[in-house]
Design a protein around this ligand. Structure first.
Ligand SMILES: Nc1ncnc2c1ncn2[C@@H]1O[C@H](COP(=O)(O)OP(=O)(O)OP(=O)(O)O)[C@@H](O)[C@H]1O
Ligand SMILES: [Mg+2]
Length: 382
């Protein structure tokens, strides 16, 4: 899957820009379900800023809050705490009628697709076009074209109950996309589709972002389609645990693969690790960590160089014992042993590192015997 990704994807800027044209700007968003003693927090301090033209894939275990966030952004439920600006409009505090208006500008592809049973595919798609200024002829043409594009050209007069789950799903997709919305929210849009149709649907979504600068937020568990994403946001227990541009993920995978320690990992294991790594920048002379600190992260050098320094008790100054550059990793020793850092690491030039937190490091060790074994060997030799 990773190999299939073109390597020359243009550089995307990860840091949310200061510009105000973000299509989605979620800031310190919390959400609770229930009241009184049964009140349960489903989202914790979520921050997500998405610019026009981005295709964002949201992943994470069941119950981690993906649908909750999507429904808040889609004005399908009221925002309780935090900022939730969508298409330039703050949704917190809006009434039901105003929320309905916001929803008109969003294309929804949700699992419960709510097609009208008494209407044909074509009529279902045309329903969503009625509030727009299309001529009757255009409406018919555009709806038919969209259904045909989704492989339902021969099913335009069928009613939902005469079609399979996957076909109904495609009618719902046609309905969501026919108005070419600037924002599409999709909750597992390919769940009921076969491999070929899944690919067609995600490529169509991708084309929409390229051609119309549409923004797409898509929840998926399907790792085969991750390559269409510009960005992958991972949820755990109601929190955004990582937010990585795909270029970074690919780059990390490529760097990981070159190292002896990682090369025996499966693509899925590699992707799992890469997704959890966060980019950290250091200037010339900055210490990444110091001898004696508690070990909290494992690091991979993306670009730049660092010195490894050791301070001996009987010596006046620390001594440089090693020099590491792009592709090298460090920081595993303290995490494996639980001892404090045995050396200091200082950047000698502007350096970009990918850091893996202690817990994610431990889960990677637990998930892969070969990773565990190789790392212990290296740590022992250092
Ligand atoms: N209407 C609701 N009432 C009460 N709790 C809810 C409601 N909807 C979601 N939750 C709870 O909020 C948490 C997040 O649910 P959510 O549906 O957002 O997860 P998800 O990441 O979309 O999971 P899945 O991958 O299974 O679709 C879960 O603990 C869930 O039980
Ligand atoms: Mg869900």
């Amino acid at each position: 899957m990773i190999e299939a990704v073109p390597t020359a994807i243009s550089e995307h800027v990860f840091a949310p820009s200061a510009s105000d044209n973000a299509v989605v700007n979620v800031d310190h968003l919390n959400h609770y379900f229930g009241d009184g003693p049964t009140r349960k927090q489903a989202l914790f301090d979520c921050c997500l800023k998405v610019e026009p033209g981005q295709l964002v894939i949201m992943t994470g275990p069941s119950g981690s809050g993906k649908t909750t966030l999507l429904t808040l952004i889609g004005a399908l439920r009221s925002t309780q705490e935090g900022v939730n600006r969508v298409l330039g409009q703050e949704l917190r505090g809006l009434g039901a009628a105003e929320l309905v208006n916001i929803r008109r500008n969003i294309g929804f592809i949700f699992q419960m697709h709510n097609l009208f049973d008494s209407l044909s595919s074509l009529e279902n798609v045309r329903m969503s076009m009625e509030l727009r200024k299309y001529s009757a002829a255009d409406m018919l043409r555009l709806a038919t074209e969209m259904l045909t594009k989704l492989g339902l050209g021969h099913r335009v007069h069928y009613k939902p109950r005469q079609m399979s789950g996957g076909q109904r799903q495609r009618v719902a997709i046609a309905r969501a996309l026919v108005n070419r919305p600037k924002l599409v929210l999709a909750d597992e849009p390919t769940a009921a589709l076969d491999k070929k149709s899944s690919r067609d649907v995600v490529e169509m979504l991708q084309a929409l972002t390229r051609e119309e600068q549409a923004t797409i937020l898509m929840v998926t568990h399907d790792s085969r389609i991750l390559d269409v994403a510009d960005r992958i946001v991972n949820f755990v227990d109601g929190r955004i645990e990582s937010d990585v541009i795909v270029n970074d993920t690919i780059k990390i995978c490529e760097t990981l693969k070159k190292s002896d320690v990682f090369q025996h990992l499966s693509p899925t294991e590699l992707l799992n690790i890469a997704q959890k790594m966060k980019r950290e920048q250091f200037g010339k002379g900055d210490a990444v960590f110091r001898q004696g600190d508690e070990g909290d992260k494992f690091y991979l050098i993306s670009e730049g160089e660092v010195d490894v320094l050791i301070q001996k008790p009987n010596e006046a100054d620390p001594r440089v014992i090693n020099h590491l550059s792009s592709g090298a990793f460090f920081g595993e020793k303290a995490l494996l042993s639980g001892d404090p850092r045995s050396a200091s690491i200082v950047a000698t030039v502007a350096t970009t590192l990918y850091a893996l937190g202690k817990q994610d490091f431990q889960s990677a060790l637990a998930a892969s015997g070969s990773f565990n074994e190789q790392l212990r060997k290296v740590a022992f030799q250092r």
